[in-house]
Design a binder for this molecule. Structure first.
Ligand SMILES: Cc1ncc(C[n+]2csc(CCOP(=O)(O)OP(=O)(O)O)c2C)c(N)n1
Length: 486
């Protein structure tokens, strides 16, 4: 088969560790489209040998696999700070920072804003997909009002979590930037406009004219929980309604720039002077409220100070179902109308590396999702036992798989339960169900503080897309409960 050469990209991506030309982006992801446009512009303008890309932490983290140019990987939120260093140290280079809306709008907002205010000579490409993509779809500063994310399951409520942050409009209050624009990649026409805007950004950097910000509205089908076409429509209808497209400033072209004196006289001119790009009106589609429609609607948590907070840690190897076990307990708490948080932690590997999650269940709003001293620790392997056993609270419980050698006892006052979860799952002919075996132990020992009925309901709900497996796991749960604990 003849492969088409993609300008500006490596023709294979060996840095990914695979002999492939396939990127890591999901189908319909805005990053994938923008990555190609950036590579094309850089190559078409003959800038590959002069360009230094500063890569973010977020879904754009692997652009150094793809773009054939120089790269620096910055820590999360620090791409604009790193780009400041690059463009000062190498004034001859074309420096481009690439950042997501969590990266730039949340943790990295101040250093991005200050770099813009100083007029550092780099271009910043800002991908706004309205949430944290890489980490599983949490709320970002740009999340729309009412938008459901994993951390705003009832929709973003401005009274609790504020209003969406308009980065272009905020940066437009600064004196130094020479170019500020917002585009989108939600359809072909917009993609062409986006390419022109990226080109313009490269032109400005090629001539070392000053700081430029290009915000790009991008669909994230996976975390919107929509197919690629519907995700693009969501981007057009809902996101553009909140974040209008346009060139907010292009100093050379006389768009949207006033001197401080002029602005003092007429403070609203910057935002009103955005020249809005002509885009076709599109039909209305499913709103964000429908995104999580498949999840059972449960009334919000009830405030009940008599229910004390319980903190859990679940740990094991990735692939042992430890994160879903934690999620099942959190889901049971939701069914019980408790406040609850589930906080996963894992390495970059999808399988095999260490994985753990923290769960907090309480009758009152929860302050922090981190669990340093769990009441209950569930360990599926030796490294997690070694790592967390000393942290368990006095009066707490450690449930550990019976295959794990007990090299040291838990602290005084902590109950140790060795439970043959892996063996039972194996004996029952479903080795993958070891996490369900652990749930049986939690239920049998009564250490979740949640009703058995809700734990079972949550187990079944976790297999909502494969109901037969839900029934099977419930059966296995009951069989395991009949076993005796060591
Ligand atoms: C200092 C630090 N805090 C938090 C994280 C976890 N983290 C990794 S990516 C990310 C957010 C990514 O969201 P965004 O910047 O919007 O990019 P997207 O993945 O949506 O493209 C977070 C919070 C981290 N890696 N480092």
């Amino acid at each position: 088969m003849k492969t088409i050469e993609q300008k500006g990209m490596y023709q294979k991506f060996p840095r990914s560790g695979k002999d492939t030309r396939v990127t890591h982006y999901c189908a319909g992801c805005g990053h994938g489209i923008v990555n190609k446009l950036i590579a094309e512009c850089c190559a078409e303008m003959g800038l590959q040998d002069r360009t230094v890309f500063v890569d973010p932490v977020g879904c754009g983290v692997f652009t150094y696999y793809y773009w054939d140019a120089a790269h620096i990987s910055a820590a999360h939120g620090r791409a604009s700070a790193a780009a400041t260093g690059v463009c000062r140290a190498r004034p001859d280079a074309v420096t481009i920072a690439y950042q997501g809306d969590g990266d730039l709008g949340a943790i990295g907002f101040n250093n991005a804003f200050q770099a813009a205010s100083r007029g550092e000579k780099f271009g910043c490409i800002f991908i706004n997909n309205s949430l944290y993509g890489m980490t599983g779809g949490q709320m970002a500063p740009t999340t729309l009002e009412g938008e459901k994310t994993t951390t705003t399951p009832f929709g973003r409520d401005p009274a609790l979590t504020g209003h969406p942050l308009h980065v272009c409009e905020v940066f437009s209050q600064l004196q130094a930037p020479v170019y500020i624009a917002r585009v989108s990649v939600a359809d072909t026409k917009r993609i062409m406009q986006c390419k022109q805007a990226i080109r313009r950004m490269f032109e400005i950097q090629q001539a070392h004219k000053g700081y430029a910000l290009l915000e790009i509205l991008a669909p994230c089908p996976t975390n919107f929980r929509l197919d690629p076409l519907k995700a693009a429509e969501f981007c057009k209808n809902e996101m553009e309604a909140e974040f209008p497209l346009g060139v907010f400033r292009d100093v050379e072209k006389g768009i949207g720039h006033e001197t401080v004196d002029e602005r003092r006289g007429e403070s609203s001119r910057v935002s009103s002077s955005a020249s809005v790009l002509a885009v076709n009106p599109v039909p209305q589609v499913a709103s964000c409220a429908e995104l999580f429609a498949e999840k059972e609607a449960v009334p919000p948590a009830e405030n009940d100070p008599s229910v004390h907070e319980r903190r859990f840690k679940f740990a094991g190897y990735g692939g042992q179902g430890i994160l879903s076990l934690g999620l099942t307990v959190a889901e049971a708490a939701r069914f019980e109308r408790r406040y609850t948080l589930w906080f996963p932690s894992y390495g970059p590997e999808q399988r095999g590396g260490s994985a753990s999650c923290s769960v907090v269940v309480s009758g009152t709003p929860i302050g922090s999702p981190t669990v340093e001293h769990p009441d209950v620790l569930v360990c599926m392997n030796q490294p997690s036992y070694e790592r967390f056993v000393d942290d368990v609270k006095r009066g707490g419980t450690v449930i550990v798989d019976a295959t794990v050698p007990i090299t040291r006892q838990p602290p005084e006052g902590v109950k140790l339960v060795q439970w043959p979860a892996l063996k039972m799952a194996e004996d029952f002919g479903v080795p993958k169900a070891a996490n369900t075996m652990m749930l049986a132990a939690l239920k049998k020992l009564g250490c979740t503080g949640l009703s058995g009925e809700n734990l079972e309901k949550a187990l079944v709900a976790s297999f909502a897309k494969k109901p037969a497996l839900g029934v099977k796991n419930l059966e296995l749960l009951h069989k395991a409960e009949a076993e005796t604990c060591a």
